[in-house]
Design a protein around this ligand. Structure first.
Ligand SMILES: NCc1[nH]cc(CCC(=O)O)c1CC(=O)O
Length: 309
């Protein structure tokens, strides 16, 4: 029994608050007390530049880590997707929630849109991965950059910036916007970013073991953990965050095996660097790393160097 109240650090966007409330209720269901501590990050404040220009490393996490370090909070709740692949030595991910469906969707305020390869619609996104994939599969579409939290993006779309937004299903669903979904994108072509759909709990390595264990047993889904850790092993080998057009998805193929697909979407479309393996789950992490090495060896290293300039 953990007596003290667990302080949960979170960003202030509605989606971040949903995630933090979700974690709080999981802790409470396991007889722990928890409270939210709202923290603003650089990524929330700077809205006039695209993420790839700010330099994505830690833009949504730095201020939370400061509070983890100085004890202002016990845990930080993040979308696993927003976490850089390499955490500092004094931080670790201690739990991963059940994964929501992890595919991308188009949402729109307009009804009756037909969206296919020949449609010349305007699509809003700020993700380099999504831009590269859209250029390949929707060559006639015009792509515009749109930043901000979900509500801000939807407002910008309604004001005329674009016809549709390309977003993660998970966030759209959590915010209750399923009725705006006009198209669902398949994961075998629009493979999601590392960790998409999963909420991850970050803690200081100094967090008391009994507290860590209690939080983990309340929140962690081991099946999700295996997959997201493998995806993060891939991203770590690429030395990337969310500003490179990387994709990786691990899924359970059977009781003991997982299938991992990962690679890089080239900004000019074809061909994508994409590798898939089905392996025993105990080899998940090393397979994530292997896919990254293969990606780098087959043109990925040059591509990443080009994108840096
Ligand atoms: N980069 C922002 C971000 N981080 C996590 C999600 C969605 C929720 C999730 O994937 O868990 C989103 C919004 C989006 O990509 O549409």
């Amino acid at each position: 029994m953990i007596e003290r109240t667990i302080k949960i650090g979170t960003r202030k966007s509605k989606l971040a608050l949903w995630q933090a409330e979700h974690v709080k209720s999981l802790l409470e269901q396991n007889n722990m007390n928890a409270e939210l501590v709202l923290i603003e990050t650089k990524g929330d404040k700077i809205l006039d530049r695209s993420l790839s220009k700010i330099g994505s490393k830690g833009v949504f996490t730095e201020e939370l880590e400061e509070q983890l370090r100085n004890g202002g909070i016990d845990i930080a709740v993040h979308s696993a997707k927003d976490m850089q692949a390499s955490l500092g030595d004094d931080f670790e991910l201690i739990a991963f929630t059940d994964r929501e469906e992890c595919h991308d969707v188009f949402v729109s305020h307009k009804s009756g849109l037909t969206i296919d390869q020949n449609t010349d619609i305007v699509i809003g996104t700020s993700s380099v991965r999504r831009v590269a994939m859209l250029k390949k599969y929707y060559p006639k579409a015009k792509i515009v950059d749109v930043r901000g939290n979900l509500q801000t993006r939807i407002k910008k779309m309604e004001d005329g910036l674009c016809d549709v937004l390309m977003l993660a299903y998970a966030g759209v669903h959590r915010m209750g916007y399923n009725n705006m979904i006009v198209h669902e994108l398949p994961v075998d072509t629009f493979t999601p970013a590392t960790g998409q759909g999963c909420v991850a709990i970050e803690a200081s390595t100094g967090l008391a073991v009994e507290v860590k264990d209690a939080i983990r047993s309340a929140i962690n889904n081991e099946k999700t953990e295996t997959c997201v850790r493998a995806e993060r092993a891939f991203l770590k080998e690429l030395q990337g965050g969310c500003s490179i057009p990387a994709f990786c998805l691990a899924k359970w193929a059977s009781k003991s095996e997982i299938t991992i697909t990962g690679g890089l979407a080239k900004p000019d479309g074809l061909p994508q660097l994409r590798y898939t393996y089905t392996v025993p789950a105990i080899e998940a992490n090393e397979t994530g790393t292997k896919i990254a090495k293969e990606t780098l060896a087959n043109g990925g290293a040059e591509l990443l160097a080009q994108l840096k300039n």
